[in-house]
Each structure stands twice: as structure tokens, then as C-alpha cells.
Design a protein around this ligand. Structure first.
Ligand SMILES: *Cc1c(COP(=O)(O)O)cnc(C)c1O
Length: 399
């Protein structure tokens, strides 16, 4: 009996760890286990490894190594950037600007600050998920201390005009943070040219290990600490360094930024073939997000008359790993806040599917999904009373 096929198309939820990344990490579990704060030679090896990783991350962002801080992941980096800048600049003002489509690590942090004396403006987006720079400029007041706008959206893949938004923030002398967790490796990031003061990353979204993140903090930025304790990370982020994670993060970012153009070309070709196949084979399907300004591997598509969670279970039964939106909302029937912000009606947002392609995907994977997905959608529609009511089933009305 042949092994059951698995097609992984959920790279925006997490990625596997690349072999070269793992190989770079392994010695730091064993022979190079020293605490980098100690003074003997095995500790110096650990310290050196962290310095190398810091330089690798800095290079990928066009930043300086002493502007790079390692954290426990994207969520911690977002929390640190937002709470840290808000509290350190409270004397100047209590106003923060963000958007309606941020990851929960940003939105819930802002909601927490609202309960603690801060005011937050959540900018709207257009039907493609794009923020209008004019809306940002209008929202800035003399009390605004921070603007936080994601680089690329994790659900619909829309890429925001970050350089333009950063220029507006700079013009008004307001700190600009971007959650670039989904963007790295897919777009060329240059924190200086793009006027970015703070930027969050997470290694497990770019073929590195889970539990390691980065916060870039531009030199001179006024920011409070989030994690208090020892003097690690130049006294800004306490806790014995996660050396294996940091080494893996450095290696992974080097690999993922080595050939962004080549990666884009390959993944986009697979994605476009998959998308046009889906649209050709399945009627009443609508693409969410921007047709052009989107991550190369992202498809987010809504199928009318379908319940997304059932679709995921049926796809899983066939070996296909996908998502309905963000991993955090999977398993709950709350409609996606991102899809709602683009103006998609609640009923249609329930029938949306996110397929995110990455390194492991092949033409055979695309063929397999194109064979399975239309069957799943047809079967689910046949079971849907809404579909029968619509008359699109050929006129057999079931009350
Ligand atoms: C995954 C993700 C995060 C959270 O990163 P973790 O390392 O899992 O905490 C934050 N923002 C975006 C856009 C993400 O996709």
C-alpha cells in the first residue's frame, strides 16, 4: 500500500526547519552549550555565534547589528515595540495608530493599552486590504506617539505601501513600527530607505525554529523594556539567550533573503497556476486581497454557500493542509476580522480558504489540489441548503 500523500499549503501558519538551518543549530545543543554571559572559552563560542546571527539579521534588513534584538517570537516583538514605545513616550502623548487588519499580536496589544489610558485609531482598508496613506496622515495628531502597520497581511497576503507610510510617519516625527513577519524573504526590506523605526520578525515563518523572533529598533528610539531581569541583549531584553534559536534564525534569514527574486518567480508561477485552475473549475469563487500587490505564495479565496471549517476537514481527509484564515481563528466560528474589514459579507467570509505555498510545493502538489478541491466544494455545496435555495443547483429548491 502506498503512503498517503500530504500536501502542505499552510506556510503562513508555520514552515518546516531547513536542513542547513538545523545543521547550524545542532552543535549549540551539545558542545557549544555555554552561557554567553560566562567568561570561559565555551561561553565565548556561544557569544560569537550570537554575534554572527545578529550580523546576518542586520544585513537582511539593511540595519546595523546593534539595532537587532532577539526575542521569543513575533508576538513578543509586536508586544515590545508597541507597549515599549507607548510607555516610554507617554509624556509626549497617548495616541497610537494601527489598522483593522493587523495580527492579533498587534490588535490585542493595542486593546490592552486602550484599557490603560491610551487611545487607538484603527485605520480602515479598501476592498483589497490596502491602507490609504491619506487616511494615515489625517489620523495623526500632536498626541500620536506610534504608528504600527503590518508589511504584509497573514490572511489575504496584501502588501502595504510601507515606504510611503513610513515617510508620512517620519514627516510628522512619529515612530513607525511594522510587523514584517510574513514579508521577509518575499519583499526587499530596507529599514533605512523605508523609514522604519521598529520591525518584527518570527523565525518559524521563514524556515527557522519556533520560539525565536527579532525586533529591529532604530538607534535612538525611545523604548521601555518589556522583559525585565538580567543584562542580556545590551540590557534591553532579559533572559539567557536562546542560542540554538538565534543561530537558526540567523542562518534561516540568510538563506531566505539570498535570492528573493528567484523565490518569488518560482512560487508565484505555482500559485498563479493553482489560482487560475481553481477559478476555472469552481463557479462562484472570489479572490480576497489585492490581485497584484500580494505575497507570491498566497491564495485566499471565498466559495459561496460553503462553510470553511468543513472544507478544511474534508481537505485534510485527502491529505491537504490548508487554513481558513489565521491559525488562531481556526477552530472557532468567528468570521475573520481581516475579511470583514475588506467589506466581505459575513456569510461569504465563512466560506474562505487560505492556501499558502512555500519551498516544499511542486507542480504535482498543484495538480493534486486542483483535482481534489473542486470535488470537495461540489460535495459540500450539494449538502448546503443555502446553495439549493439560491437556485444555482439547477432549480431544485429545498425548503
Ligand atoms: C505568525 C505571526 C505573528 C506571531 O509570530 P509568533 O512567532 O508565532 O509569535 C505575528 N504577526 C504575523 C503577521 C504573523 O503571521
Amino acid at each position: 500500500m502506498g503512503e498517503k500523500r500530504t500536501v502542505y499549503m499552510d506556510h503562513s501558519a508555520t514552515t518546516y526547519v531547513k536542513r542547513d538551518v538545523l545543521d547550524a543549530m545542532v552543535p549549540y545543543f551539545t558542545e557549544h552549550f555555554g552561557n554567553p554571559s560566562s567568561i570561559y572559552h565555551i561561553a565565548r563560542d556561544s557569544k560569537k555565534a550570537i554575534d554572527i546571527a545578529r550580523a546576518q539579521v542586520a544585513k537582511a534588513l539593511s540595519a546595523e547589528p546593534d539595532e537587532i534584538y532577539f526575542t521569543s517570537g513575533g508576538s513578543e516583538s509586536d508586544n515590545w515595540a508597541i507597549k515599549g514605545v507607548a510607555y516610554a513616550n507617554k509624556k509626549k502623548g497617548n495616541h497610537i495608530i494601527t489598522t483593522k487588519i493587523e495580527h492579533h499580536a498587534v490588535i490585542h496589544t493595542c486593546e490592552y493599552l486602550e484599557k490603560n489610558g491610551f487611545e487607538v485609531t484603527y485605520l480602515p482598508v479598501d476592498k483589497y486590504g490596502l491602507v490609504d496613506p491619506a487616511d494615515l496622515e489625517k489620523a495623526i495628531t500632536d498626541k500620536t506617539v506610534l504608528i504600527s502597520i503590518m508589511y504584509a497581511n497573514n490572511e489575504i497576503g496584501t502588501i502595504e505601501p510601507i515606504a510611503e507610510l513610513g515617510a508620512i510617519a517620519r514627516k510628522h516625527k512619529v515612530y513607525f513600527h511594522t510587523d514584517a513577519v510574513q514579508a521577509i524573504g518575499n519583499v526587499q526590506i530596507d529599514v533605512k530607505a523605508q523609514n522604519i523605526d521598529l520591525l518584527s520578525l518570527s523565525a518559524h515563518k521563514f524556515y527557522g525554529p519556533k520560539g525565536t523572533g527579532v525586533l529591529y529598533i532604530r538607534k535612538g528610539t525611545k523604548i521601555d523594556n518589556l522583559v525585565h531581569g538580567g543584562g542580556q541583549e545590551r540590557r534591553r531584553r532579559a533572559g539567557t539567550e536562546n542560542i540554538v534559536g538565534i543561530v537558526g534564525c540567523g542562518k534561516a534569514i540568510e538563506l531566505v533573503t539570498a535570492d528573493i527574486e528567484g523565490h518569488n518567480k518560482r512560487i508565484r508561477a505555482l500559485r498563479d497556476r493553482l489560482l487560475s485552475g481553481i477559478v476555472a473549475k469552481i463557479p462562484d469563487a472570489y479572490l480576497n486581497g489585492h490581485p497584484g500587490k500580494r505575497l507570491p505564495g498566497n491564495i485566499n479565496i471565498s466559495f459561496e454557500f460553503i462553510e470553511g471549517e468543513s472544507m478544511l476537514l474534508w481537505l485534510d481527509d485527502e491529505g491537504i493542509c490548508a487554513s481558513t484564515g489565521s491559525a488562531c481563528t481556526s477552530g472557532s466560528l468567528e468570521p475573520s476580522h481581516v475579511l470583514l474589514a475588506t467589506g466581505l459579507p459575513v456569510e461569504i467570509s465563512h466560506g474562505s480558504l487560505r492556501l499558502t505555498l512555500g519551498d516544499v510545493n511542486t507542480d504535482a502538489d498543484v495538480d493534486f489540489v486542483l483535482e481534489v478541491l473542486p470535488k470537495v466544494v461540489t460535495r459540500l455545496r450539494e449538502m448546503s441548503p443555502l446553495y439549493h435555495k439560491s437556485g444555482k443547483d439547477g432549480g431544485c429548491n429545498v425548503q
